[in-house]
Design a protein around this ligand. Structure first.
Ligand SMILES: [Zn+2]
Length: 119
C-alpha cells in the first residue's frame, strides 16, 4: 500500500451507506452544514466568548471560543447521534462522488425537472 496516500473509504460501502442515510444527513455531508446561531455568552472568568452554532438541518453543533476581537480560539463539533460513520474511513474522491450522486438522485425523484422545451 502506498504510505503517502491516506486510505479512503470503500466506494461500494459508501454507496450503501448513502442509500440508507436520512436526507438531512445526506445533504449536510454533501452541501455542508447550514449553521444558525444557537447560543452565545461572554465568559467573564476566561475573558472570551463562548458560542454555539447549530445546523438547522441535522442539529449538529459547533462549539467555539472566540476572543474579544472575534478570533476563533477553539472549535469543535458535537455531532448528532448517527451522523458519524467512522467505520467507513475518510470519504473522499469517488466515494464522495457517490454521496453527491445519491443526493442528486433524491432531488430528481422528489421534483422531476421540467426539460427545456425545444420549440
Ligand atoms: Zn448539518
Amino acid at each position: 500500500m502506498d504510505r503517502a496516500a491516506p486510505e479512503g473509504a470503500d466506494v461500494e460501502e459508501v454507496k450503501a451507506f448513502a442509500q440508507q442515510l436520512s436526507t438531512s444527513f445526506l445533504l449536510c455531508r454533501e452541501l455542508q452544514h447550514n449553521w444558525k446561531p444557537f447560543s452565545a455568552w461572554w465568559d467573564e472568568e476566561h475573558h472570551n466568548y463562548a458560542r454555539t452554532i447549530r445546523c438547522v438541518r441535522c442539529r449538529t453543533r459547533k462549539v467555539q471560543r472566540l476572543s474579544s476581537t472575534g478570533a476563533v480560539l477553539t472549535s469543535h463539533y458535537e455531532y448528532t447521534e448517527g451522523y458519524l460513520a467512522e467505520h467507513l474511513g475518510r470519504i473522499v474522491g469517488e466515494a464522495r462522488d457517490s454521496l453527491r450522486l445519491e443526493s442528486l438522485t433524491r432531488s430528481l425523484d422528489g421534483h422531476s425537472p421540467s426539460l427545456p422545451t425545444t420549440t
